[in-house]
Design a protein around this ligand. Structure first.
Ligand SMILES: O=C[C@H](O)[C@H](O)[C@H](O)COP(=O)(O)O
Length: 224
């Protein structure tokens, strides 16, 4: 199977895990990216079985609406049973790096609300140590240079993602060469920098389950 087929397979498995539990008032939390898109497309077949979705990006909201799935503002929703989303990297603790598509902040918010975060990814995303993928950091535009200098003090090499404006009107710094020994500590340290909205480490709230698409089939990983 190629990478797209692996992504499609994990999306289908995620759907199978939730489909029998869908109720007419269920709200599904939906992430962003190519793997999440496969999930949205698969979910569409069951749109009459649940109430609607909360999306972590404008792009996903448009895709959901395109399928006729109602999309709710998170502020009118009190309960989300599942959040299904991809990742750029994952380790055995189910700590993640996310934000390759610049949607990290809304993703972190929806994941925080959800009871269960099901991460869906092809096998290339599982790594021994996080950090080969540059860590995305969403930053208030006027703080860009200051935040970049502070990230250098933490040992990283920040690069401005030219031309990208997040759904929240901010910019992204991609930070290379970080030593992500303690993901929880680093996530907190970066979020303490004034001007940072959030960073793409999902360690304080890791995934609960990682569905990994491999050539031997879809594997289910739980945090070690
Ligand atoms: O901002 C984007 C998200 O964090 C995505 O979930 C992540 O980049 C993975 O995307 P894909 O499924 O396309 O590899």
């Amino acid at each position: 199977m190629n990478q797209d087929e692996l992504k499609q397979a994990v999306a289908q498995t995620a759907l199978e895990q939730i489909v029998d539990q869908l109720e007419e008032d269920s709200i599904v939390g939906v992430g962003t990216g190519s793997t999440a898109n496969y999930f949205i497309d698969a979910l569409a077949a069951y749109k009459d079985r649940f109430d609607g979705a909360v999306a972590s990006s404008q792009a996903s909201a448009e895709r959901l609406k395109g399928h006729g799935i109602p999309v709710y503002d998170l502020n009118v929703v009190s309960e989300i049973k599942w959040y299904i989303d991809g990742a750029d990297e994952a380790n055995e603790h189910l700590h993640l790096i996310k934000g390759g598509g610049a949607a990290l902040t809304r993703e972190k918010i929806v994941a925080a609300v959800a009871e269960q975060f099901i991460c869906i990814a092809d096998e290339s995303k599982l790594v021994g140590k996080l950090g080969a993928f540059p860590l995305p950091v969403e930053v208030i535009p006027m703080a860009r240079s200051y935040v970049a200098r502070e990230l250098v003090k933490l040992g990283g090499d920040p690069v401005y993602r030219d031309g990208t404006v997040t759904d929240n009107g901010n910019i992204i710094l991609d930070v290379w060469n970080l030593d992500i020994g303690s993901a929880v500590q680093l996530e907190e340290a970066i979020n303490q920098i004034v001007g940072v909205v959030t960073n793409g480490l999902f360690a304080r709230r890791p995934a609960d389950i990682l569905l990994l698409g491999t050539q031997e089939g879809v594997k289910t990983l739980k945090a070690k």
